[in-house]
Design a binder for this molecule. Structure first.
Ligand code: SF4
Length: 343
């Protein structure tokens, strides 16, 4: 079993089962999550016989930095990680005024099928474990010798399709005996898996929920994102309002602007209607073209005009700063180009 995916209470229970003192759990947890320990043999704080017992059934999952790309335009760094089973995932470190932010993957591939996304072209391979989510952070910090303060679950994969492991990740990363990152500094981005939004609301954890909207019309949205066929906008908006009321948290809508697709006057008006009275914020992302999706991005003035119109309707709207565009673009592109070149 994977020791680095276990919550501290579970390690305490394990210690009890093994007839060991409870404080051993804290030593093990600190070794993994504060000192980036990856080998049980090096856990010198605990007695040799306990190390032996642990090694019989437990291991600390590891991954290697397979490739690293540093932007020459800004301080963005993208990592390709090689997992224990030979799969490859990617993470991106971005530097902002308030500190470093890390975008992590939650699955190998994705089964959601969004048309503009490279991550989904090979389908879902498997879920990542909590330990593998954490390793993306620990390795990036170690390699760059930095402390990351914000985490975004917006890389490859749909986090609500892997909520069990994502929830475990939240618990471990937030623990004061571990890396102790505030949940308020974590954003989970979903394409709109409605049952997962209710499940998340029930957990009542203060993360930021971000929704990929991309069109305020069901039909158009379903062309871009197949999930919209299963969960219509009415149902999605109801779940989001519930989430926002239950947690008191503001919802972020991610909106990829695609030229002549979703950047029209009627899109602005419909967005304003849907979001009226909602505690929310819109983040505009000019499309990062991929070769499998033959659409363009609006000119800069078109993006600014879309923003201005939403602001006039009273909807807080920002434009996502483009980072690291010289080292390949949106989620899954690096991983996919690597897979293609090695077929
Ligand atoms: S955008 Fe996100 S949810 Fe959609 S296919 Fe890509 S990784 Fe999956």
């Amino acid at each position: 079993m994977e020791l680095n995916s276990m919550k501290i209470n579970e390690i305490k229970e394990l210690m009890e089962e093994l007839g060991e003192k409870a404080y051993r759990a804290e030593q093990i947890f600190r070794f993994i999550h504060q000192h980036n320990g990856r080998d049980i043999a090096e856990l010198k704080q605990i007695p040799l016989d306990l190390r032996g017992k642990l090694k019989e059934n437990y291991f600390i999952s590891d991954m290697k930095i397979f490739k690293k790309f540093s932007s020459e335009q800004d301080s963005t760094v993208k990592f390709l990680y090689l997992l224990d089973d030979g799969n490859i995932i990617e993470s991106v470190v971005m530097k902002y005024e308030h500190g470093y932010s890390l975008c992590i993957s939650t699955q190998v591939g994705c089964r959601m099928g969004c048309s503009f996304c490279a991550s989904t072209k090979e389908g879902l391979v498997r879920n990542l474990t909590a330990g593998e989510l954490l390793n993306q952070l620990y390795l990036a910090e170690e390699d760059l010798n930095i402390r990351i303060s914000n985490i975004v679950l917006m890389g490859s994969g749909e986090p609500l399709d892997n909520l069990c492991n994502v929830d475990r990740f939240f618990d471990i990363i937030n623990h004061d005996k571990g890396r102790n990152i505030s949940l308020r500094n974590i954003t989970l981005s979903t394409c709109g898996v409605v049952p997962g939004i209710y499940e998340l609301a029930a957990k009542d954890i203060p993360i930021t929920l971000s929704i990929s909207l991309h069109s305020p019309f069901d039909e158009k949205r379903a062309e871009i994102m197949p999930i919209a066929k299963r969960y219509k906008l009415g149902e999605l908006l109801k779940a989001l309002k519930y989430y926002s009321e239950k947690t008191g948290r503001r919802i972020t809508f991610e909106y990829t602007l695609i030229e002549n697709e979703n950047d029209r006057e009627e899109d602005v008006r419909e967005m304003a209607r849907l979001m009226k009275g909602m505690l929310c914020h819109v983040n505009l992302i000019p499309l990062n073209p991929i070769k499998e999706y033959n659409k363009g991005r609006p000119e800069k003035k078109g993006v600014l005009s879309f923003q201005r119109k939403l602001l006039e309707f009273g909807i807080p709207t920002t434009i996502r700063r483009e980072m690291g565009s010289d080292i390949s673009a949106s989620c899954g592109q690096l991983r996919r180009s690597f897979i293609e070149h090695n077929k």
